[in-house]
Design a protein around this ligand. Sequence first.
Ligand code: T3D
Length: 262
Amino acid sequence: SDPTVLLDRADGVATITLNRPDKLNSFTVEMHAALAEALAAVAADETVRCTLMTGAGRGFCAGQDLNDRAVAPGETMPDIAESIEARYNPMIRAVRDLRMPVICAVNGVAAGAGANLAFACDIVLAARSASFIQAFCKIGLVPDSGGTWTLPRLVGPARAAGLMMLGDKVPAEQAAQWGMIWRVVDDEALMDEARGLARHLATQPTTGLALIKQALAASATNTLDEQLDLERDLQRRAGATDDYAEGVRAFLAKRPPAFTGR
Ligand code: T3D
């Protein structure tokens, strides 16, 4: 059978494609394992300086494959906290911990954990026909995969509550207007645009970008004083990179910089 996740590496970009198109790339135990393996391979590969995540077919990801949660009346549901702990939470942590920018090209519907996986990425592009759905409330669940953390920060608590309690389908345009994503791209241009952005980012100061990612994540819970201290510490590390020295030299010489990511 086809691999449930595809991993391609070229030009400093790792492209991870969720690949269960007939089931809108919904998560099975097998697809989780394949995604975890791909994310680990990317993390361990020094040549990769940007990750691009997308989905095969007409959907991005429909969240948990609910076929694996079918129980007859009277039967007991498995403890799904184990699934969260063993698979969904490590997935979100792995994306957050990648020391490089992660672009998500949302090619179609992103529902449940599929939507929240997208929101865990650093820069989200969406096809004009794509949509985002906090589908959890419609089946009696709570948004997971970090959604209750990312969404209020992206759209504010009022909109987050409406999105999570009503489960409406949010079209890509509205998602962009509300600040849930970076931008909308015409369907046929999505992958070219996403690849171009990824290749550009793969030539940029990777360590500096990874430190920006850390600063943004910490800002959600830090006080201003804590964040000022963190900026000092991260700037110490950024300032010690080869890329900072190169950036300054290139600026002063009025030439384009040649960054190595270190
Ligand atoms: O249990 C745990 O481990 C806890 C973790 C939970 C994480 C979660 O993500 S919970 C949320 C689960 N996801 C959903 O509730 C979304 C369910 N899907 C939908 O609401 C709709 O499919 C969509 C809005 C995403 C797309 O609608 P539409 O009309 O474009 O497509 P469709 O016809 O509904 O779906 C196409 C096929 O994919 C269809 O299969 P078929 O009939 O052609 O054989 C459909 O059943 C299948 N599919 C879509 N989503 C899922 C799915 N099959 C299994 N699980 C799915 N989540």
